[in-house]
Design a protein around this ligand. Structure first.
Ligand SMILES: NC(=O)c1ccc[n+]([C@@H]2O[C@H](COP(=O)([O-])OP(=O)(O)OC[C@H]3O[C@@H](n4cnc5c(N)ncnc54)[C@H](OP(=O)(O)O)[C@@H]3O)[C@@H](O)[C@H]2O)c1
Length: 348
């Protein structure tokens, strides 16, 4: 059964524990989901209690938003509709189409509203840094969009932690609309966000969603079973068993799934949700979605969680490794370890 979580500290915005990724809605990229199947995927997600939709102006060159504009008409008010800008609907269109500057964000939002057939975007993500626009320009422009009522909440996707932290701080000190969300790639085969991004999100109270939660399909275990998918049909998937950690991770995942009596995808999504990252589920077919929805409400036992965490862990590197060592010895005040309650969230 679908559960709901508050997204972003202090917002009161309740989102379902699984978000729906809509990058595959449409076929303008040469691969994806035909409109009729995309509608079934959407309806099945909503009927299961899902309310958190993830799309972007650039997905299928605008077709994802166009299809959603048709699908959402009967349930718009029950959804948290999130889209993104940076890359433009058609990146080849003109030099102004790809950017995070104020002009591009306004133009992109107006296009998204038209395609989505709605008068507001509930959560607007900056899709990625454009390598040029500074955070002051971006955050001031986003604040204006919120003040016009076209956008309600703001988040950053694919930004390094130091830039998110700076953007959040500038907005806070200048009284601009705060960031509430962070979007990162995260899964059992991509855990480098554990180093800086996720502790930052917890400290700053940012709701966090993770893209490619199944590593593009690897964490369904289907390639070990010799089945078809992105890796075979497009010769390209986000992750493959390219190093010993990923091989050990898939080994552990298949063992845990077998012992738990559920599919590997269910285990992967539940593991991620339990770490405070809402998976953006990307299903190409309604059958895949139905399978993945079984992770809603599913909880792994502590032993299984620890086994998966151990197999998939990445080195945190400097300064975290050094500080972990120091805290065992010099950073702990003498005779206080048992009396002092340490904060459960990272200290900002
Ligand atoms: N912010 C960003 O930059 C960014 C980047 C990427 C994605 N995203 C968001 O994240 C969403 C999800 O990303 P993703 O599609 O890469 O996620 P994913 O869950 O890692 O991969 C989804 C793919 O895995 C396969 N699959 C899924 N469930 C399956 C099942 N039960 N059994 C067998 N195969 C299954 C399908 O591909 P095949 O059947 O073709 O193998 C499906 O298209 C996107 O739709 C988008 O909204 C955001």
């Amino acid at each position: 059964m679908m559960r709901y979580k508050l997204f972003g500290r202090g917002t009161g915005l309740r989102v379902s524990e699984l978000a729906l990724g809509c990058a595959t809605f449409g076929t303008r990229w040469g691969y994806g989901t035909e409109p009729a199947e995309a509608r079934r995927v959407f309806d099945t997600y909503v009927e299961a209690g899902g309310n958190f939709i993830d799309t972007a102006d650039t997905y299928q060159m605008g077709q994802s938003e166009e299809l959603l504009g048709e699908f959402i008409t009967h349930c718009r008010d029950a959804l948290v509709l999130a889209t993104k800008f940076t890359l433009g609907r058609d990146p080849a269109a003109d030099p102004l189409a790809v950017s995070n500057n104020r002009r591009s964000m306004v133009r992109s939002v107006e296009g998204s509203l038209r395609r989505l057939k709605t008068d507001r975007i509930d959560l607007l993500w900056v899709h990625m840094p454009d390598g040029v626009t500074c955070v002051e320009e971006m955050m001031r422009g986003l604040d204006t969009l919120v003040r016009t009522g076209k956008v309600l909440y703001l988040g950053l996707s694919n930004f390094p932690a130091w830039r998110v932290s700076r953007a959040a701080t500038i907005a806070e000190l200048r009284g601009w609309t705060p960031l509430i969300g962070l979007q990162v790639e995260y899964s059992l085969v991509e855990r480098t966000a554990d180093r800086e991004l996720l502790p930052m999100a917890r400290a700053l109270g940012l709701g966090t969603v993770g893209w490619s939660p199944l590593g593009g399909g690897l964490l369904t275990g289907k390639y070990r079973r010799g089945e078809e998918g992105r890796a075979t049909s497009f010769a390209r998937t986000i992750h493959s068993e390219s190093d010993p950690i990923k091989i050990a991770t898939v080994d552990a995942l298949l063992a845990v799934a077998d012992e738990s009596g559920v599919a590997p995808a269910v285990v992967s999504l539940a593991w991620m949700g339990a770490r405070g990252v809402i998976p953006i589920v990307g299903a190409r077919t309604v059958d895949q979605l139905r399978g993945n929805l079984l992770s809603a409400g599913f909880e792994l036992c502590a032993q299984h969680s620890a086994r998966l965490a151990d197999a998939s862990a990445v080195s945190l590197g400097f300064p975290h490794d050094m500080l972990a060592e120091e805290s065992k010895f010099r950073l702990r005040a003498p005779n206080t370890a048992d009396q002092v309650e340490l904060p459960s969230d990272p200290v900002a």
